[in-house]
Design a protein around this ligand. Sequence first.
Ligand SMILES: [Zn+2]
Ligand SMILES: [Zn+2]
Length: 397
Amino acid sequence: MKRFFIVASMAMLCLFNADAQKKIPHTVRTSNNAFARRTEIIIPQLKGYNVYKGDFHIHTSYSDGNVTPASRVTEAWYDGLDIIAITDHYESQKGLKNTMKVLAQLNKDGKPTVIPSTSKTGKVWADFNEIHRQAEAQVEKSGVPLLLIKGCEMARNAQSHGHFNCLFLKDINGLYNKDMAEAFRNVKKQGGIIIHNHPAWRRKTSDKTEFHKQVYGEGLIDGVEVVNGTSFYPHIVRRCIDEKLTMFANTDEHGLTAYRFGRTDYFRTMTLVMAKELTEKAVKDAILKRRTIAYSGGNLIGEEMWLNELLNESVVCHIVKEDAKAGKRTYLLTNMSSFTYKLRRGKTIYELEPFKSLQVNFGKDKNSGKYVLPKFTVDNMWIIDYKHPALEINIDK
Ligand SMILES: [Zn+2]
Ligand SMILES: [Zn+2]
């Protein structure tokens, strides 16, 4: 009898367990919140132009980077960008060589296929336009309004020639020439533009070489990187202003942007482009007319006029108190942009963070007897000759 009870209760337990097992789901979501969000970088319109965020220098696994074109598109979108140009080295073919190693086992002798170097033979053995097509396919698939500019990087000896990005291209395959200046002329024939990249890279100076004097002199260069990655070249700001060239700040990213720029208080290095609309035509027009500001690590670099515009459109200023007896006004400054402005007055630095307000007092001018506007040296802005601009903030109505 006792045994019967033991057997019966064990059977009951098994039935109960089987029943309980049935109720346990096979898949459970660990979070209802597991989807990515784009970082929105808010910048007001400047002089009636929209401000688009661009990176015009990025690599993929088709040259010496380690990210696919499709991943570059996704990454840029979530980083808050509007425009990217994938600019792989079309002369080094490292990515192609790696592909051939993977395919080597298909060769009868098991040895990798040897690809003659483009730079030596002048022959192109791969379709470099395919890199851009893959990025385009990803834009279409994901439905994000990211503008893609077709480009490539031409790279020769760092001491004598250096590296140049060619943008707004039609056909990358047809550009090569042993003479780099001739290759530049090929870019121009396609209506492309040329940026001088990282001018002080592997050099002790950012000054021009003989080759630079030749190609700048011929009008083949349209812009220069004042920032590459996190390297800022202060001398280049003067060159851009004196020679009417466009300032760029690009990541030149080979890995993931999150490795270098994955900090909550900074965005990735980028070029702000003031354009009417997000089209290739409007963006090219903005670049040719030098409507850009360079951004890197919280710093803003450019022409004083544009930096003044950016500060004044970002910061809303109201008079909140006026003490006529003391001749003093209290202003409320509200930052309506995603950038922090480091406003210095004497030794005091007011860090005006995004979407925050602060109050400042200003008195009257001793000579005119009139109230003065809030005026600051902006410590995170850089103009010609490695200087900060001193800017006035206008009162908003
Ligand atoms: Zn380079
Ligand atoms: Zn590069």
